[in-house]
Ligand binder design. Structure first.
Ligand code: 3H9
Length: 696
């Protein structure tokens, strides 16, 4: 089938887009559409036109891969204007997903008929650091009102067909045969003046709504440029005629597209998809059939993981060793499901259905029927080994047996079984029902189909799966340990917690590292440090956090950690902690100074990237973009900053990074030892991205 095909159904021309996988509006499709509309408009036998897509997609929007090059004509905005101007009625048969330029195209049609199963209607450009650039900011407010349009455009949220109909975006929702219904709808319009959204005025505008929206941009996940541009563009729709508004939209689109934040967000989009490509896994790799899930351990982690599977429709068996622990875990699941209903995240019926799929048990044997078993017990090697030896006897043949360990050697755990090929690490991040990252730890013997199935499951439960190899802390936490060490060094050198967190939060991190520690609980790290019997500099860096724990301050849960917390869990600077930091520095004879904000950010980023480069060279991470994907999805790193590796490639520069790391090494010694890969790339004028590209 050609990219665009026209089929005549009597006096109606049905124009069908067919550009797999998602009907992105690349050059060939635009040319095809232009030709098809010209032909249909010129054909006297055609009285009305229907535009539709193929498969699950109407169109996912502009082809993002074209953004970096020269856009070839016809461009999308004039093409859509041209369609809207058509004298014959044009009806969009929205057969599936219509996003970005795809929805703008549908808005250029005079009417929209959608299938009831269509779930993805929206203008998600903001998530790519841009704004709708083909009339979306002008036509959507005219179709559904300024307030609702502003909300959709600044969040990039999707709505389904029924919500679209309620909002006034969709004229008719049908159960089946959307094209047939659109053809009939089109016939009814023949002879009438087409309803052109672009000719309409925006309905009621609440006074002050745009200023209010601007004031609330704050820490928008798309950074500072695109959200403001989106608000300006929607405001223009309320005062300007379409042509003038479109010109304004175009200028704002260009400004946003030229920002480094747009480049970072678009990189993040493709990096996330690239992470799903695994060595040894191809289109022929047959996935294992996973219909039932069993979890061992009903603590915070086990129940969080359980919730992720329940929310995605899986039945869940959850096993504990004592009735008390089991009851507590089941109650936690129930409470979270109830809270989701209260927050409007799920209906009561959905929550009841999810809870009904939980089978609590005290018998390990009950995991024998699960296709996927996830162990989520206490982080202790002896215990995990014992469990895996038992699971080996219980699990059905072909079941995937996963450990949720965040630090332990998965090879050693797998060796307890006679089927190490079925063992994998599934490292979820807390709270596991919310955090998007899933580190999939590929042990030495993990089978390719187990990796492929794990990756597919990650997608099914709404997570971003990224492969990691076996080492202490895998990818994410190993880097975090480096960065955390630097944070402690900066504390001792004189940067107070609020200065460190403040600098990094201002830069864009969701939460500063010390505030994160308080949230997660300081006792976890304390226990790990004590087990490791640290020496040298690592022992020095443990002094402040250890003392804080020994003061009984375990973080938010005890009302105090690096900060004090009030009832509403708002953090407050605590002079007691400042005094502790000063006295520890004195005891270690470290002369304190005030550390500038830029230095705090630079040292944090470079420690992350330097460790990342070592991890990359060791093959623990497959690609630099995988490392960034992990940091963006599991560690609160702002997507509009691309990730630590992207920062080195695009903002700091490889040569400058190498120079700065060496300067810190000269000043601080071994912990700053430069990664040989950074040294090599700096000497060759190389980048992490170029290195990744060679691996494709
Ligand atoms: C825009 O429209 C600007 C206009 O306002 C103005 C223009 C002037 N382009 O995600 P998946 C690829 S901006 C190019 O795995 P799913 C994707 O990389 C655009 N490629 O599938 C992947 O390739 P590969 C506004 C795209 O079913 C494959 O398709 N639109 C595009 O989980 C499958 O993707 C958006 O922001 C694209 N637009 O999810 C929508 N979209 O197989 C962005 C996808 O080689 N897209 N690909 O890895 C999405 O959100 C999801 O892809 C979607 C499907 C929900 C559509």
């Amino acid at each position: 089938m050609a990219v665009v095909e026209t089929e005549k159904q009597g006096d109606v021309a049905v124009i069908r887009m067919n550009n797999p996988p998602v009907n992105a509006l690349g050059h060939a499709l635009r040319v095809g559409l232009q030709d098809a509309f010209n032909a249909a408009n010129a054909d006297p036998a055609v009285k009305a036109i229907v535009l539709t897509g193929t498969g699950k997609f109407f169109s996912a929007g502009a082809d993002i891969t074209e953004f970096r090059g020269e856009m070839k004509e016809p461009n999308l905005p004039p093409l859509i204007d041209h369609i809207e101007k058509s004298a014959k009625p044009v009806v969009a048969a929205v057969n599936g997903t219509a996003l970005g330029g795809g929805l703008e195209l549908a808005l250029g049609c005079h009417y929209r008929v959608a299938g009831k199963d269509v779930r993805q209607l929206g203008l998600p450009e903001i998530k790519l650091g841009i704004i709708p650039g083909a009339g979306g900011t002008q036509r959507l407010p005219r179709a559904i009102g300024a307030e609702a349009a502003l909300q959709l455009i600044t969040t990039g949220a999707f709505i389904d067909a029924s919500k679209g109909a309620a909002a006034g975006l969709i004229d008719k929702v049908v159960d089946s045969d959307v094209v047939g219904a659109a053809v009939a709808f089109a016939r009814e319009q023949v002879g009438k003046t087409p309803r052109r959204i672009g000719e309409q005025k925006v309905g009621k505008v609440t006074a002050g709504m745009f200023d209010k929206a601007r004031a609330s941009i704050g820490r928008h996940p798309s950074g500072p440029v695109a959200p403001k541009a989106a608000i300006d563009a929607v405001e223009a729709a309320t005062t300007m005629a379409l042509s003038e508004g479109n010109a304004k939209e175009r200028a704002l689109f260009r400004e946003a597209a030229a920002s480094p934040y747009a480049r970072a967000l678009q990189y993040a989009f493709f990096a996330e998809r690239q992470a799903a490509n695994l060595p040894g896994v191809g289109p022929d790799t047959k996935l294992r059939d996973v219909k039932t899930v069993g979890i061992l351990g009903a603590g915070t982690m086990g129940t969080g993981i359980g919730l992720a599977f329940l929310n995605a429709g899986y039945p869940l068996t959850i096993v504990e060793t004592t009735q008390e622990a089991l009851d507590k875990g089941v109650q936690r699941i129930k409470d979270t499901l109830d809270a989701n209903v209260k927050r409007g995240r799920a209906t009561e019926a959905q929550a009841a259905d999810r809870f009904a799929r939980v089978t609590p048990s005290l018998k390990l044997e009950d995991l024998g029927s699960s296709d996927l078993i996830i162990e989520a017990v206490f982080e202790n090697m002896a215990l995990k080994k014992e469990i895996f030896a038992k699971l080996d006897k219980i699990a059905k043949p072909g079941a995937i047996i996963a450990t949720n360990t965040s630090t332990l050697d998965v090879d050693e755990i797998a060796a307890e079984t006679k089927r190490p090929q079925d063992v994998v690490g599934l490292h979820f991040f807390s709270p596991a029902n919310i955090m998007r990252l899933l580190e999939i730890v590929r042990a030495e013997k993990t089978a390719p189909d187990v990796m492929a199935t794990s990756m597919a499951i990650a997608k099914k439960i709404g997570k971003v799966g990224v492969q990691a190899g076996v080492c202490d802390g895998f990818v994410g936490n190993r880097m975090l340990a480096s960065y955390g060490g630097e944070v402690q060094a900066m504390n001792l050198e004189g940067a107070m917690p609020q200065e460190i967190d403040g600098a990094l939060e201002k830069w864009g991190m969701a939460m500063g590292p010390l505030a994160v520690s308080d949230l997660a609980g300081l006792d976890v790290g304390y226990r790990i440090r004590k087990e490791r019997k640290l020496t040298g500099e690592a022992a020095q860096h443990a002094r402040i956090p250890d003392k804080i724990v020994e003061m009984g301050r375990l973080g938010q849960k005890t009302g105090a950690g690096y900060y004090k917390y009030d009832e509403s869990r708002k953090r407050q600077v605590d002079p007691e902690i400042e005094a502790l930091i000063k006295s520890e520095a004195e005891a270690l004879q470290i002369k304190q100074r005030s550390i500038p904000t830029d230095e705090i950010v630079e040292r944090s980023l470079l420690r992350l990237a330097n460790e990342g480069a070592k991890i990359l060279q060791e093959g623990i991470a497959l690609r630099a973009s995988d490392i960034d994907t992990m940091y963006l999805n599991g560690y609160g790193f702002p997507a509009w900053r691309g990730g630590p590796m992207w920062q080195v490639d695009n903002v700091i520069g490889m040569k400058k990074a190498a120079e700065r790391i060496k300067a810190y090494e000269a000043k601080y010694g071994a912990r700053w030892k430069i990664a040989p890969l950074i040294e090599k790339l700096a000497a060759e004028d190389g980048t992490f991205a170029a290195l990744d590209a060679k691996k494709k």
